[in-house]
Design a protein around this ligand. Structure first.
Ligand code: SF4
Length: 317
């Protein structure tokens, strides 16, 4: 999956004739390769979910290109079944994304039926196999259950199973563990990582929690106000974060302190940018402790500052 200078703008009506443009994604270029997990990291409202959904053609892009398996699908309007089989999403909220009136068997058979599978024995075989893969065993025990009979972690395993059923090669995992118990998070991420390696999947892992990327991703793209401000191999970026925003995100990760149950999670200081009216120059400049003369006038571009490590900041000429 290649995204080239991708832009997704929303138009908001204001009054009778007025309109406001929300630049949710504003010129993103990224590539997702088989066998790699790329984490897209940033605060709420930075555009990361819109980026994931635009890559899947769930939202129409405003400009730029979406190239999938060397095919330009940016404005493709035909039958998308072939693409839906190869590109899937795991949603953030396992409570909302499963139909409460359908059994697990119905939930899992639906995507196969919609995408054209008619043979019941093939459907049953695939469901049993994928339930084993996500460690819902013995699978037969879960087929007649309903979502409310499962824990949050088990529901998210069902969501992962549903995405894997059609054998995709590209997956968007949108904050897949943010709404489940802290005790199940590591287990689910480890399981997902193993499946991703075995299946050689290309994954866009969307998260606001940079701490989880350390064990879970190969590459990091840090997003701020619709733009990528730092990109590179996870180890390099976490060991040597160059952009002041990445540094602030890392500083905002709390040290585990089992003695203080009431400790608040620190956040990046300052107001997040307004996507309708982003500031001129570097979009981070109103919050940046290192801003200097050109920062409020010239917009920095993403540059390679060491092998494979890119940053958009005037500190790096
Ligand atoms: Fe800070 Fe300037 Fe770099 Fe933006 S360009 S991150 S304001 S130093």
């Amino acid at each position: 999956m290649k995204l080239e200078n991708l832009k997704t703008y929303y138009i908001l009506r204001k009054g009778l004739f007025g309109r406001l443009v929300v630049k949710a994604v504003d010129g993103v270029t990224l590539e997702f390769k088989a066998g790699e997990i790329t984490a897209v990291v940033g605060e709420s409202g930075c555009g990361k979910t819109t980026l994931g959904r635009t890559s899947l053609k769930l939202i129409e892009p405003t400009d730029g290109k979406i190239i999938f398996e060397d095919r330009d699908i940016t404005h493709y309007k035909g039958d998308m079944k072939w693409f839906r089989k190869k590109a899937q999403i795991i949603f953030q909220d396992p409570f909302q994304s499963l139909n409460p009136y359908h059994s697990i068997y119905e939930i899992l058979s639906e995507p196969l039926v919609v995408l054209g599978e008619k043979d019941r024995s093939v459907i049953d075989e695939k469901i049993i196999s994928v339930l084993n893969e996500v460690k819902m065993t013995p699978p037969e025990e879960y087929l007649t259950k309903y979502p409310h009979m499962l824990s949050g972690g088990q529901r998210q395993r069902i969501c992962i199973a549903r995405a894997l059923l059609v054998d995709p090669i590209y997956l968007v995992a949108d904050e897949p563990v943010s709404m489940i118990d802290a005790s199940s998070r590591a287990e689910i991420l480890t399981m997902f990582r193993n499946i991703q390696k075995e299946r050689d999947l290309a994954v866009m892992y969307i998260t606001h929690d940079i701490a989880t990327t350390k064990y879970f991703s190969d590459l990091i793209a840090v997003m701020y106000a619709g733009k990528i401000v730092e990109y590179g191999p996870t180890k390099k970026v976490l060991k040597n974060p160059l952009h002041p925003y990445t540094q602030a995100l890392i500083d905002a990760v709390p040290d585990p302190d089992p003695n203080n149950r009431f400790r608040m999670r620190p956040v990046v200081p300052g107001e997040p940018p307004n996507p309708i009216n982003p500031p001129p120059g570097c979009r981070f400049h109103p919050r940046c402790p290192k801003r200097f003369e050109p920062c409020d006038k010239e917009e920095p571009v993403l540059k390679e500052v060491e092998s494979g490590h890119y940053v958009a900041c005037h500190l790096f000429k």
